[in-house]
Design a protein around this ligand. Sequence first.
Ligand SMILES: Nc1ncnc2c1ncn2[C@@H]1O[C@H](COP(=O)(O)OP(=O)(O)OP(=O)(O)O)[C@@H](O)[C@H]1O
Ligand SMILES: [Mg+2]
Length: 338
Amino acid sequence: MENKLKRIYEFILAARELPEEEKAVLLKSLKSVDKEFQILSFKLDRTEKVKRTTAILLEETIEELEQKRTAVEKALSDLKATQKQLIHAEKMASLGELTAGIAHEIQNPLNFVNNFSEVSNELIEEMCEELDKGDTSEARAIAQDLRQNLEKINHHGKRADGIVKGMLQHSRSSSGEKEPTDLNVLADEYLRLAYHGLRAKNKNFNASIKTDFDDKIGKIEIIPQDMGRVLLNLIANAFHAVDEKSRQAPGEYEPRVTVSTEKTGKGITIRVSDNGNGIPEKYRDKIFQPFFTTKPTGQGTGLGLSLSYDIVKAHEGEIKVTSEAGKGTEFIINLPLS
Ligand SMILES: Nc1ncnc2c1ncn2[C@@H]1O[C@H](COP(=O)(O)OP(=O)(O)OP(=O)(O)O)[C@@H](O)[C@H]1O
Ligand SMILES: [Mg+2]
């Protein structure tokens, strides 16, 4: 029995003035109080123990969480580094794709430069002959032709220069400057680059290309190399889709890619459509996610559409897709007129 209760117990036991009956009742109550007291102290003791164990467990859990947090932080920074590498790889890959197209584009003005300079050389000989004969008016006429040739050489030289500059711009990360740009020229340029790029890789590839450019657009304020990347991505995806379909049904299928621009009341609409296999329903809300791709490893990083989405957003525009299984796909970009 607990000490203080024991003293009360003995006190009652010794109290002569209390009748025996009452004494018995009191002592019984005291015993039951003591029992309850013992139970309570046992419970308290147990609670104490539970508390101590919980505290230890909690400490362990906190430590574990701390370790996990460090691991997650490391994973995140690793992931960010990988992502950076992948974005760089994507840029390099699309640059590689472009190079073939660019080589083809440069070939054309170079041919002009070579031909005109050869012809001019012959003209100089003729001019000398006329001068020897003393026919200055004929010599003058030839000089006039020569001037025209030199102008043409200069024109095509500048064209090649522009193409090389464009290529350099593509390889550099965007300077982020908006400038007045002829969207139709940009779209046409990237359409040809994408086409020849693919042709260089795959000689059998063929598709009919349809363009429908609205010449009311004029020049609009965009970051040309960024918008160019968007167009290149969309067009390359479209070519890929029709190429895939024509492999499945050679002969009876006419692959077709259409690029159009339109000035509307609200802004500019660009459409890139194809008559490929379409995007399966289950993928439609995933295609704009970074790294989502259905292409075999090594062929696509799955960054094309996600980058395009970011670029269009940065231009305060929107990009949408409609697609019908087996029939084709259309990407629609709406840009506001600022
Ligand atoms: N025109 C299209 N027709 C059918 N499927 C498409 C079309 N455009 C995109 N997709 C689907 O969306 C996916 C993601 O496209 P995205 O351009 O982001 O990446 P990718 O083309 O696979 O790779 P990357 O562009 O990085 O080379 C594609 O893998 C494809 O499954
Ligand atoms: Mg793509």
